[in-house]
Each structure stands twice: as structure tokens, then as C-alpha cells.
Design a protein around this ligand. Structure first.
Ligand SMILES: N[C@@H](CCSC[C@H]1O[C@@H](n2cnc3c(=O)[nH]cnc32)[C@H](O)[C@@H]1O)C(=O)O
Ligand SMILES: [Zn+2]
Length: 431
């Protein structure tokens, strides 16, 4: 066993208290051995003037969409997808997806994110990027059936299932999978009935975009006479391991349904604001006992992958939604971005405690905007950003030391992304 001692800093405990202490990590097992007063490690990582905290968990993203950052802005979801995003995604090759996912992974590591959930196509290329970056991820192929004939639709479902089976356990177990129908309005109900049982047989969770916009809710209510999540449950979704993205427009019945089922909700406040999708009832979800995590969504609807921004947005917009300044307080926001997201994804991370995965970020506190230190949880929620992260550790391995990313060649990743993004835009314009 080789150990790593993160030393000289303050430590954020799972109960959201902060104390001076060190963290000892078993590098091979990728687990935390001790927190607080720890025996000396074989190697050390300096956390002086820093806060050692769980790595942030981005529970819903499309990493490769980093290629489309700034490509199409200022439109609502439906026209943004149909007029801009889907046409250019149609010309992307697996190598583009690999380059885009590498860019997203680089940005994530630089912002202290250690684990994420990714829905996209060309998933093996996403897995390559995640593996090389050293991150932890739950990945899946987004299945869409609208605009496809029966055979094409079934083939996309089959691919979603095959990916979930084949990629599970990749990257030394850091990659796990989910079956990912894109949304309740972009996949066909009869196909869900056929494939949900197959996903259960494969023993993978199911992840889907749900109740993101009013335009997604109304057609289901009109056509089926029930709320979207009732419709989802009718088609076999919303088991304890399942999780939805967004949940922007939920009624009281649906909030109870989620809480009782134990299904997770990934709140994506920045994407919901940018696409003017609406404001999720986050405090109500938390009060009902639902498992709530945070996600950035893709970089084309955010436009960055900084989970610190997301947790600040969650706190801010949560207060607006509840019309109550005490709603979604600092600890709740930080909790959602760490333990909450980890619980949604089924990862044993998001908490600095013995036996948990050694997925850790060290934040530099030595700056004007984090002074004075009345309350470090407040700083995490309201004043810190990803640029303050000094070191990022995942599965016991140091991915970034003193802001130098060790697993990826940052310059090369950025250059390749720049070139491939430009070429993709050219191909899309020629069509
Ligand atoms: N099988 C599909 C892939 C779907 S991947 C997941 C999709 O989600 C899309 N997406 C990104 N953000 C959002 C969102 O906020 N809501 C709904 N879809 C989104 C994204 O553009 C991507 O095409 C295909 O081959 O096209
Ligand atoms: Zn999404």
C-alpha cells in the first residue's frame, strides 16, 4: 500500500463543519483511510492555506458539447436543439466526440470536479477521454426515436442497451453506465415498454431528461391525461437507482412520487435559466426527502462546466423559487454538489470520511475574494469558483497538482478541440 497525505489545511466534514486536519489516502484502493489526526503518509500533497473538500460531482452533463460552447445561444430548448444543436451533432465523428469530451474533462479537473454523469453518442470515445483524464463517470448513450422509422428507433435503443452493458466497469471500474432514453417526449412509449425491462435485466440505472420545459409537460398531460412522471412510472421508470435531469416543472404529486420511489433528481439551474426553461422547486424536493444532485448540463447551455457556479446558482435561484431567502442555504447547496450528486449517481464518494472513495479537491483560500474566513461553507456556496482549486484527486490519484493537470496535455487538448470545432461548423454549414 502507498499512501498519500494531504496535509496542512482545513477539512470539510460530511456534517458541513470545518476543522484543521489532514487526510490520508490509500492510493491503490483509491480510498480515504483517515481524516483529522492521521499517521504520516508515503507522499504528501500540500494543503496549507487551503480547504480539503470532497471533489465536486457533476451529475448531468454532455461533456463533448464543450465543442459547441458559444455556438448557439439565446434560444429556448426546442428550437435550440432542432435548429442548431442536432444539425451540428449530426456531422460529429467519434474523434470529435473524443476531443470534445477531453476538453470537458480538462475543464472539469481544473474546476475540482472528480466525478460526473455523461449522456451522449459515440460513448466509447467519451469513455476514452474519461479514462485518460482519470475521472469517475457514469455514462450512457442518449436514445432518441422522434423522426426515426421503427427499425432506426429500435437500433438506437439497442445501442443504448449495448453501451450500458459493454462499458460498465471500464477504466479500472471508474466508469459505470446507465440506460439513457433522451426524454419522455423524444422517445416512444411502446419502445420504452420493450426496453426498460431489458435495462433492468442488465442491472443498470435509467437516466432521462424529464419535465424540463412546460412544452414537454403539456403534450403528455394532453395526450395521456397524467403528469409526465406518472407516465414515466407507468412505463417502468423511476426505480430507486434511476435519476431524472432537470425536474423543472413538477407538481406536488410528482415530488412525492420521486421522494417515495427514491429516484434522484439532477437540478441544472444554469441551463434552466439560460434556456428560460423555468425554476425547479428545489427546496420542496429537499423537504420531501428526495435525493437531489447538481449538474451543469452541456457547455452549450451553461456555458461552462464549473460546478461551483452551479451550486451558487442553485442557492440563488432556490431562494427565488421559494420566495424565501432561507431556502437552499449554503450547506444545502454544497451538499447537493457533493454527497447529493454522488448519491444520485450511486457513487461512494462526495464525503470526506474513512472508507469513502478518495475523490478530493483542495481549494486555495489565499485570495481576496475568500477573505475573511467567517464561514467556509458560505464561501463555497457564494464566493468560490473552480479557478480557486489547487489540487484535484480522483480514486487516490492526483489529476491536478498546483493547477497543473497531470493526466492530460492541456495545450494539446485545447488546440485539438479548437480545430475540430471549427471543422465541424464548416461541415454543418455545407449541408
Ligand atoms: N441518439 C441521439 C443522441 C442523444 S445524446 C443526448 C442529447 O441531449 C441533447 N441535450 C443537451 N442538453 C439538453 C437539454 O437540456 N435537454 C434536452 N436535451 C439536451 C444533446 O444535444 C444530445 O443530442 C443521437 O444520435 O442524436
Ligand atoms: Zn442534458
Amino acid at each position: 500500500m502507498t499512501t498519500l497525505e494531504i496535509t496542512g489545511g482545513q477539512v470539510l466534514k460530511p456534517d458541513m463543519t470545518v476543522e484543521h486536519g489532514d487526510v490520508l489516502v490509500d492510493r491503490e484502493a483509491g480510498e480515504i483511510l483517515a481524516v483529522g489526526d492521521v499517521p504520516a503518509g508515503d507522499e504528501t500533497l500540500d494543503a496549507t492555506d487551503g480547504l480539503v473538500m470532497p471533489g465536486l460531482v457533476n451529475a448531468h452533463t454532455h461533456l463533448a458539447m464543450a465543442l459547441l460552447r458559444g455556438y448557439a445561444d439565446d434560444k429556448p430548448l426546442d428550437s435550440w436543439l432542432r435548429e442548431d444543436v442536432w444539425p451540428i451533432e449530426g456531422v460529429l465523428e467519434p474523434d470529435d466526440v473524443r476531443a470534445g469530451a477531453a476538453l470537458g474533462a480538462l475543464e472539469s479537473i481544473e474546476a475540482g470536479t472528480t466525478a460526473l454523469c455523461d449522456m451522449y453518442f459515440d460513448v466509447p470515445a467519451v469513455v476514452d477521454a474519461v479514462e485518460q483524464a482519470g475521472l469517475r463517470a457514469r455514462v450512457g448513450h442518449g436514445v432518441v426515436t422522434v423522426g426515426k422509422d421503427g427499425d432506426e428507433a429500435s437500433a438506437d435503443f439497442e445501442e443504448g442497451l449495448a453501451v450500458a452493458r459493454e462499458q460498465d466497469g471500464a477504466a479500472d471500474g471508474r466508469v459505470s453506465t446507465a440506460f439513457m432514453p433522451h426524454s419522455l417526449t423524444t422517445v416512444d412509449g411502446a419502445e420504452l415498454d420493450e426496453f426498460v425491462p431489458k435495462a433492468r435485466d442488465a442491472d443498470v440505472p435509467i437516466h432521462i431528461h424529464a419535465n424540463e420545459t412546460r412544452d414537454e409537460v403539456t403534450p403528455i398531460v394532453d395526450e395521456h391525461g397524467e403528469r409526465p412522471l406518472e407516465y414515466a412510472a407507468f412505463h417502468g421508470l423511476l426505480n430507486e437507482t434511476d435519476f431524472i435531469a432537470h425536474g423543472t416543472h413538477l407538481d406536488a404529486t410528482e415530488i412525492d412520487l420521486l421522494a417515495e420511489a427514491g429516484a434522484g433528481v439532477v437540478h441544472c439551474p444554469a441551463s434552466n435559466m439560460k434556456l428560460a426553461s423555468g425554476i425547479a422547486p428545489v427546496q420542496e424536493l429537499l423537504d420531501a426527502g428526495a435525493t437531489v444532485g447538481l449538474g451543469t448540463d452541456g457547455a452549450a447551455s451553461n456555458n461552462d462546466l464549473d460546478v461551483f457556479d452551479e451550486l451558487r446558482d442553485a442557492a440563488m435561484v432556490g431562494k427565488l423559487a421559494a420566495d424565501d431567502a432561507s431556502a437552499v442555504d449554503a450547506a444545502a447547496a454544497v451538499g447537493m454538489a457533493t454527497a447529493g450528486s454522488a448519491d444520485v449517481l450511486g457513487f461512494d464518494s462526495g464525503r470526506l470520511a474513512e472508507g469513502k472513495k478518495a475523490d478530493i479537491a483542495v481549494l486555495d483560500l489565499d485570495s481576496a475574494h475568500l477573505t475573511p474566513q467567517h464561514d467556509l461553507v458560505s464561501h463555497l456556496a457564494y464566493a468560490a469558483s473552480g479557478a480557486d482549486v489547487r489540487h484535484t484527486i480522483c480514486d487516490g490519484d492526483v489529476l491536478m497538482r498546483d493547477r497543473e493537470v497531470l493526466t492530460l496535455d492541456a495545450e494539446q487538448v485545447r488546440e485539438e478541440a479548437e480545430e475540430r470545432a471549427a471543422a465541424a461548423v464548416e461541415r454543418a454549414n455545407e449541408r
